[in-house]
Ligand binder design. Structure first.
Ligand code: NAP
Length: 242
């Protein structure tokens, strides 16, 4: 088993996940860098982060999650921190959104649930210690037009945080959400400029956040927080206070 603690970050090749991976590596973690389609970006980051190892899986496929868990067992043999960062969104009004589009958003939440269950079962529960950090979203609290399934999933992720933290009694396994506001990444880069301007107008700090500002909070919850559990920490420049 690896001497160094291991942080598994999902969707770690891009945006907020990549910032979390870099930050946790700088805090001394071996980073399990999970990715799905961003193969080249993952490869580049793996070269940048000493001790990191790559894990390719589509989280919507149970067999691929099982293979990922097996690879960690055969490799470093531990997961101290799980950052459930991978997420997927389809922007479309309710009336034109198809069931397949709904399923594509919801399937990643199902995969997050299954991965968390397997990480708990195979690694954290036996040691009686661990940190699970779910990257939810401000829109799970405020709602957002054109994102009905995405906001359902993100609100559900915060409920997952609360329920699971209450289930894991008597152990040092803490489960929290970090809910970003509007953060400059590939996910928001695709928005038209006028939408971005409307969004920024709602932020008292007058700008979008950075992935590093989210990663800072994830690092704090991973390495320093010992009595924060079952809660949602908002990182949104003041646009919503919880
Ligand atoms: P991003 O760069 O698009 O990241 C999304 C990540 O999810 C990608 O790395 C992608 O992996 C992974 N992913 C998507 N579907 C997957 C699947 N089926 N299986 C495995 N991995 C999958 O956007 P981001 O802004 O950094 O988003 C990171 C998280 O923050 C998401 O959960 C998002 O909902 C949340 N968030 C973002 C914002 C924002 O303003 N940017 C605000 C609130 C919350 P591959 O690229 O390898 O396929």
């Amino acid at each position: 088993m690896s001497e160094a603690p291991v942080a598994l970050v999902t969707g770690a090749a891009t945006g907020i996940g990549a910032a979390c991976a870099k930050r946790l590596a700088s805090e001394g973690y071996r980073v399990g860098l999970h990715y799905r389609s961003s193969v080249e970006k993952a490869q580049k980051l793996l070269e940048e982060l000493p001790g990191s190892f790559g894990l390719k899986a589509d989280l919507t496929q149970e067999a691929e999650v099982d293979a990922l868990i097996k690879a960690i067992k055969a490799g470093p043999g531990r997961v101290d921190v799980l950052v459930n960062n991978a997420g997927y969104n389809v922007n479309a009004p309710m009336l034109t959104m198809s069931l397949d589009q709904y399923d594509s958003v919801a399937a990643v939440a199902r995969g997050t649930w299954y991965l968390s269950k397997m990480v708990l079962r195979r690694f954290m529960f036996r040691r009686g210690a661990g940190r699970i950090i779910n990257i939810s979203s401000v829109v799970g609290h405020t709602g957002n037009p054109g994102q009905v399934p995405y906001t359902m999933v993100k609100a559900g992720l915060d409920a997952f945080t609360k329920s699971l933290s209450q289930e894991l009694t008597g152990k040092d396994i803490l489960v929290n959400s970090v809910a970003p506001g509007f953060i400059a990444t590939d996910m928001t880069e695709v928005l038209p400029d006028e939408i971005k301007e409307t969004i920024v107008a709602k932020v008292p700090q007058g700008r979008m956040g950075t992935a590093e500002e989210v990663a800072d909070v994830v690092a704090f919850l991973s390495t320093r927080a010992s009595y924060i559990n079952g809660t949602v920490i908002h990182v949104n420049g003041g646009m919503y206070g919880g």
